[in-house]
Design a protein around this ligand. Structure first.
Ligand code: SF4
Length: 331
């Protein structure tokens, strides 16, 4: 493994193709020609949130126009329309009007409706919130959610593990130490988690490298991460709308760097909802091995871009993979 200094140099001085080649070789060593996807549906159960992260164009106050909360019945209705689902992906804002029981009942009822799907729900930020509203420890909350049917937790809320950026962009969000503590607790209980990086705003290369090295270190300790999901910042309709979105070059270099540093993570995702379908396909040659899934509906990026996310059907995902010479694997 290269040193921190060498990694920073590699990113700054290495050209796009050099980084891509190194990352792709690591990907091929781990997965050969296989590229992964799943048939999933996102559920964003509420956009009401007590926090106000500057990069987020999704959150609303309860009285604001467009604020919503889905009932458990509405969520079950949406899920019952999908027959071949392998996974449901549930994230939302921190809504003080929802009781702790809502979360447990939601998981229990989904488990009853679709016993064979993976339920990936509630980021470390939401788990911290659940611990506060229930006055239970994180370990108890995770244990109860697991008992209810939770399979895994998504990677959101990690943002960038830099105190400088946290103070600037999301000062009221849980600290990186708290996020890490919750992820490690989940791993201890046998709950796999993902990890994200929100990049392309005010972060430096040094901060990105430190974020990735920290994740690598945690993975060495727990082995509990399934996938790393680099999220390209969407500036529209946020408090940071004066910034430009990251260039394709920056996106591909960041994905390549992720694969190089996180060679102990099973998967690096090309999350097409944030990257776009075309660039996600290219990212599969720059170190990513997983194109996420069908998604069906996603309200977070929709709120920023103000345009609906169109479902990506499995046959289209497979076509994208075949076009780059890969073998699709449905997981
Ligand atoms: S990023 Fe999440 S926690 Fe922050 S304001 Fe948006 S919904 Fe709330």
């Amino acid at each position: 493994m290269l040193s921190r200094k060498e990694l920073i140099e590699l990113y700054k001085k290495g050209d796009l193709f050099e980084l891509g080649q190194i990352a792709h070789e690591i990907k091929e060593k781990i997965h050969g020609k296989k590229y992964y996807y799943t048939i999933n549906r996102h559920i964003n159960y509420t956009n009401i949130c007590v926090l106000n992260c500057k990069f987020c164009g999704y959150h609303k106050k309860p009285e604001e126009e467009g604020a919503y909360t889905l009932s458990i019945e509405e969520i079950l209705e949406r899920l019952s329309q999908e027959n071949s689902l392998r996974e449901v992906h549930i994230v939302g804002g921190l809504n003080p009007a929802l009781p702790y029981d809502y979360y447990l009942n939601l998981i229990r009822k989904i488990k009853k409706l679709k016993p064979y799907i993976r339920i990936r729900a509630f980021t470390c930020v939401e788990i911290d919130f659940l611990s506060k509203i229930s006055k239970k420890s994180v370990e108890e909350v995770l244990y109860e959610l697991k008992e209810a049917g939770l399979s895994a937790i998504p990677g959101g809320g990690a943002e960038v593990f830099s105190e400088r950026i946290r103070k600037e962009l999301y000062p009221t969000k849980i600290s990186s130490e708290r996020w890490i503590e919750i992820a490690k607790t989940a791993h201890k209980l046998g709950i796999k988690t993902n990890a994200t990086l929100l990049f392309g705003h005010i972060e430096t290369v040094e901060e990105v490298v430190d974020h990735l090295l920290r994740l690598r270190e945690i993975q060495e300790e727990t082995g509990g991460f399934e996938a790393f999901v680099p999220l390209a910042f969407i500036p529209e309709n946020t408090e940071l709308s004066h910034l430009r979105e990251p260039s394709s070059q920056k996106i591909l270099k960041t994905i390549a760097l992720s694969r190089i540093i996180l060679d102990n993570f099973p998967h690096i995702k090309a999350y097409w909802v944030f990257l776009g379908i075309g660039l996600s396909q290219v990212a599969l040659l720059w170190g990513a091995d997983h194109i996420h899934g069908t998604v069906i509906e996603e309200k977070i990026s929709e709120a920023m871009k103000r345009e609906p996310v169109k479902k990506l059907p499995p046959e289209e995902i497979e076509k994208l993979i075949y076009e780059i010479g890969g073998h699709p694997v449905l997981i």
